[in-house]
Design a protein around this ligand. Structure first.
Ligand SMILES: Cc1ncc(COP(=O)(O)O)c(C=O)c1O
Length: 380
C-alpha cells in the first residue's frame, strides 16, 4: 500500500496574475510565439538582469541546444561539462557530435571545480559550461580567467540560478550565453519553458534565426527585410504566448517568490544544523561572496545506505524526498565516451549521498516542521 502524501516534493502554484494574463493572451488572438507577453517577459528579464537580449525558449534544454548551434559545435569538438549535472547540459552538445569532457565538482558547493579545469582544456575545446548548482554561483572569476587565457567561450547553465549573484553580479550574465529553465520544478515556472540570455551581442541575430526555424522572420517583422526566407540551420524554439503570459505573472512576483523560498531554505538550515553536525551530514555551503537563488535544499548523508534509508523513512511518513544526479561519465552514454570509475571522485561520492528535501513556493512552516521532525527521528 502506498502512503498518502503528507508533504509533496514540488507543488507549482499561481502567485500573481498568471491566469488573468493567459486569458488576455487568448483574448488577444495571438497565441503563437513572440506575442506581447513573450516580449514583456523577455523585457522584464533584460531590464532586471541588465542583459542585452533575452529570447524565451520552449525549455532550458532548447536554450542549451541553441548554445551548441551558435558556437558552431562540430563533430569531434570537445566541451567541458561537470559530470554532476542534468543530462540536457551535455546532450545538447552531443547532439551536434561533440565529445563531452567531464569535470569533477568541488566538495563544498558541488559546482565545477575550477582547480581541475585547466588540465582538461585541449586545442579541441570549444566551450566550458559551468552549472550553478542549486542556484549557488560557481567560482566565475577563476573560470573566466582560465577560459580567457585559452580563448574558449564560457556559456552558463543557469537552470537553477535565476536572480542569484556572484560577487554582486547576476548569475547568467558572466558567459557569452546563459540558459534558464522555467520547468515546473523551478522557482519561476510556466510548466515547460526556458530562456536564452545573450550577453555577447554578436550572437543576437543568429540566435533569432536559429530560434525561428532557420529563417529571418524576426528581421522581416521589424521591417528590416521585405520577405522572410530560409537563411541558416534552426529549429522551433519559441514558446506559445499563453505560456509567456503565465511566466510573466510569475516573474512579476519575483520578490515575493524569492522571499518565500528564502524562508523555506533558512528554516531547514537552522532547524537541521545541530542534527547534521551530530550525524556528519553535510548541508549546502554558500560562499560569502555568493547570493544564492534559493532553488533547493539538499543534504549529503554519510553513505548511500543511509541516504536510501532516509528516503524510505520519509516516504513511510508521506514525505517525498528525491536524489539526483547519477554521474554522467558513468552513465551508458558516458561510458561510450570513455568514462571510467574514479574519473570524477567527488561526483561519484556525492551522487550516492545527496537527498533533496521538499521545496516549493507553497510549502508551509507546519509542513517543514513535519519534514524536520521526521528527519530527526531518523537516528543512526
Ligand atoms: C542543471 C540543469 N540544466 C538543464 C535542465 C533542463 O531544463 P528544462 O527542463 O527546462 O529543459 C535542468 C532541469 O532540471 C537542470 O537541472
Amino acid at each position: 500500500m502506498t502512503e498518502p502524501i503528507v508533504v509533496d516534493f514540488n507543488k507549482p502554484i499561481v502567485v500573481g496574475r498568471e491566469l488573468e494574463y493567459m486569458a488576455e493572451a487568448i483574448g488577444f488572438g495571438k497565441i503563437s510565439g513572440d506575442g506581447p507577453f513573450t516580449k514583456k517577459a523577455a523585457g522584464l528579464l533584460e531590464e532586471q538582469l541588465g542583459v542585452p537580449r533575452v529570447l524565451l525558449t520552449t525549455s532550458c534544454t532548447h536554450a542549451l541546444e541553441m548554445f551548441a548551434l551558435l558556437l558552431d559545435i562540430q563533430p569531434g569538438d570537445e566541451v567541458i561539462i561537470p559530470s554532476f549535472t542534468f543530462v540536457s547540459t551535455v546532450n545538447a552538445f552531443v547532439l551536434r557530435g561533440a565529445k563531452p569532457v567531464f569535470a569533477d565538482v568541488r566538495p563544498d558547493t558541488l559546482n565545477l571545480d575550477e582547480s581541475k579545469l585547466e588540465a582538461l582544456i585541449t586545442p579541441r575545446t570549444k566551450a566550458i559550461i559551468p552549472v550553478h548548482y542549486g542556484g549557488i554561483g560557481c567560482e566565475m572569476d577563476a573560470i573566466l580567467e582560465i577560459a580567457g587565457r585559452h580563448a574558449v567561450p564560457v556559456v552558463e547553465d543557469n537552470a537553477h540560478g535565476l536572480f542569484g549573484k556572484y560577487k554582486g553580479k547576476y548569475l547568467g550574465t558572466f558567459g557569452a550565453l546563459a540558459a534558464q529553465s522555467f520547468h515546473e520544478t523551478k522557482n519561476f515556472s510556466c510548466g515547460e519553458g526556458g530562456a536564452l540570455l545573450i550577453n555577447d551581442p554578436k550572437y543576437v541575430e543568429r540566435a533569432e534565426i536559429i530560434r525561428e526555424k532557420g529563417t529571418n522572420r524576426s528581421r522581416f517583422f521589424r521591417g528590416q527585410v521585405d520577405k522572410y526566407t530560409w537563411v541558416d540551420v534552426g529549429s522551433s524554439y519559441l514558446p506559445s504566448d499563453i505560456l509567456a503570459a503565465y511566466l510573466l505573472g510569475q516573474l512579476e512576483q519575483r520578490k515575493k517568490i524569492q522571499s518565500l523560498r528564502r524562508k523555506v531554505w533558512d528554516f531547514y538550515d537552522t532547524a537541521l544544523k545541530d542534527w547534521a553536525l551530530a550525524h556528519e551530514v553535510q548541508l549546502p555551503h554558500v560562499p560569502a561572496h555568493v547570493e544564492q537563488a534559493y532553488h533547493m535544499f539538499y543534504m549529503l548523508l554519510p553513505t548511500l545506505e543511509l541516504r536510501q534509508g532516509l528516503i524510505t523513512h520519509l516516504h513511510a511518513r508521506g514525505i517525498i524526498s528525491v536524489f539526483h544526479y547519477l554521474p554522467l561519465h558513468l552513465s551508458d552514454m558516458g561510458l561510450r565516451f570513455g568514462g571510467q570509475p574514479g574519473d570524477c571522485p567527488v561526483t561519484e561520492r556525492v551522487s550516492d549521498q545527496l537527498v533533496r528535501l521538499p521545496f516549493h513556493n507553497a510549502l508551509t512552516e507546519s509542513e517543514q516542521k513535519k519534514v524536520v521532525d521526521a528527519i530527526r527521528e531518523f537516528d543512526f
